[in-house]
Design a protein around this ligand. Structure first.
Ligand code: AMP
Length: 427
């Protein structure tokens, strides 16, 4: 068989899978400390959700969506991002009746038909939070602090927090007009896509990666010159709160994130350790999205980070994560002792100890070799001789010391030896 994983997708294996799990576990602990609850939404949604939510003229909607017709002729799209689905779920399930803000977090695959390169894939994982139902600048500060704390907890240094405000629809209107006027004089330097964007949604010219377009917008008007008093005050408060918490940031008035729904505070965390794809994550307010989907006017804010990019940055910086060697104890039982060994193995697991045994008919020597490879701390050896005496041998793999012990004493020994990491379970 010569079928490979589709372009832009990959299998996440071994160390990378361990790192991904570690990142997610760390994130979940932190999310819960900050009072966020999990939400799980479908992997595909009605196409219209993203067209309306992200914006018709964004790159994502124009070029990057995995859209298909199902057998019932419905147009569905593999989700390219997590915010629109969360807002849809918020409305569909009447979550506005809960006490607000509703603070949610998610973890899942996203899909974008992009040109794959290091740090850019067609299927990738995001971790994100959404706080729906508060216009308070304190919640802006909270979500930003949460983002920075998570990345720092994962050992990432060299982080740059870029901060901007996209203003409200009022400031955006005058900004858009001014930008349209500016771009009207640059038409000959713009790519065909941007010629259209310049007329329909000039903000999206900022997303274009074509060199000519990037040069053309170099001296474009900036949103900061169009903030109304309310947006200006809101931004000042957010900055002040970040200052108070010692979160440093770079004011970047050219930070225009790729979705149309952003309003007011917008931010992105970048790292020097990655090349072209240096944004680890970002987000912002989307005070108009709930209304856009038919709900009451409801302010909200959120962010997402890309797990693969975080893994890359961790590797690039050589951060050593405390990944557990999974198995504490290997039960090396042979011949007729296997049955008793299997019993002992599951008894250890019942008490929360990670343990494993051989299922491939290895000799004792082979099982010792495997234990070494698995980097276990102890091997419990059981052969016919031990079976007869109701004992086993315990070998400390670090020191090489070996001692004999009654089977009935094993659980106590194991509990004393290992700080039990997980709660035990009963079957
Ligand atoms: P966005 O949803 O575009 O704001 O992206 C948030 C984060 O998701 C980015 O900073 C990346 O870390 C990650 N990300 C976005 N697109 C991709 C992609 N095609 N491949 C891998 N990661 C991505």
């Amino acid at each position: 068989m010569n079928i490979k994983a589709p372009r832009g997708t990959s299998d996440i294996l071994f160390d990378k899978a361990d790192m991904k799990q570690f990142i997610e576990k760390t994130a979940v602990i932190l999310f819960e400390q900050f009072g966020y609850h999990p939400i799980i939404t479908p992997t595909f949604e009605h196409t219209e959700l993203f067209q309306r939510g992200i914006g018709e003229s964004t790159d994502i909607v124009q070029k990057e969506m995995y859209t298909f017709k199902d057998k019932g002729g419905r147009s569905l799209t593999l989700r390219p991002e997590g915010t629109a689905p969360v807002v849809r779920a918020y409305l569909e399930n009447g979550l506005a009746s809960k006490s607000l803000p509703l603070k949610l977090y998610y973890c899942g695959q996203m899909f974008r038909y992009e040109r794959p390169q290091a740090g850019r894939y067609r299927e990738f994982w995001q971790l994100g939070v959404e706080a729906i139902g508060s216009r308070d600048a304190f919640i802006d500060a909270e979500v930003i602090l949460l983002l920075v704390t998570l990345l720092k907890k994962l050992g990432l240094k060299d982080l740059e927090l870029h901060l901007n405000s996209m203003g409200c629809p009022e400031c955006r209107k005058s900004f858009s007009e001014s930008l349209k006027g500016y771009l009207a004089n640059k038409t000959e330097h713009l790519c065909d896509d941007c010629k259209r964007r310049a007329r329909v949604n000039p903000l999206r010219v900022f997303d274009c990666k074509v060199r000519g377009c990037q040069a053309a917008i170099k001296n474009a008007p900036l949103i900061s010159n169009f903030w109304c008093e309310d947006c200006s005050n809101h931004f000042e408060t957010v900055k002040g709160l970040l200052d108070d918490m010692g979160v440093s940031y770079i004011l970047n008035p050219a930070l225009v994130r790729g979705f149309d729904y952003y309003t007011k505070t917008t931010f992105e965390v970048r790292t020097q350790s990655l090349g072209a794809q240096n944004a680890l994550g970002g987000g912002g307010r989307y005070d108009g999205l709930v209304e856009e989907f038919g709900g009451l006017s409801t302010p909200a804010i959120g962010w997402a980070i890309g797990t693969e990019r975080v893994v890359m940055a961790i590797e690039e910086l050589g951060v050593k994560l405390p990944l557990n060697s999974h198995i504490d104890v290997f039960v090396a039982a042979i011949d007729e002792a296997r049955k008793k060994g299997f019993n002992l193995l599951n008894n250890l697991r019942k008490h929360g100890i990670s343990a494993d045994m051989d299922y491939a008919g290895r000799s004792l020597k082979g099982q010792m070799k495997l234990s070494n490879k698995l980097n276990v701390s102890y091997v419990i050896i059981m052969g016919p001789e031990e079976l007869r005496k109701n004992t086993c041998l315990i070998r400390n793999m670090d020191t090489g010391e070996q001692s004999e012990m009654q089977i009935s004493d094993i659980t106590r020994w194991a509990k004393d030896t290992f700080k039990v990491r997980k709660a035990g379970f009963d079957v």
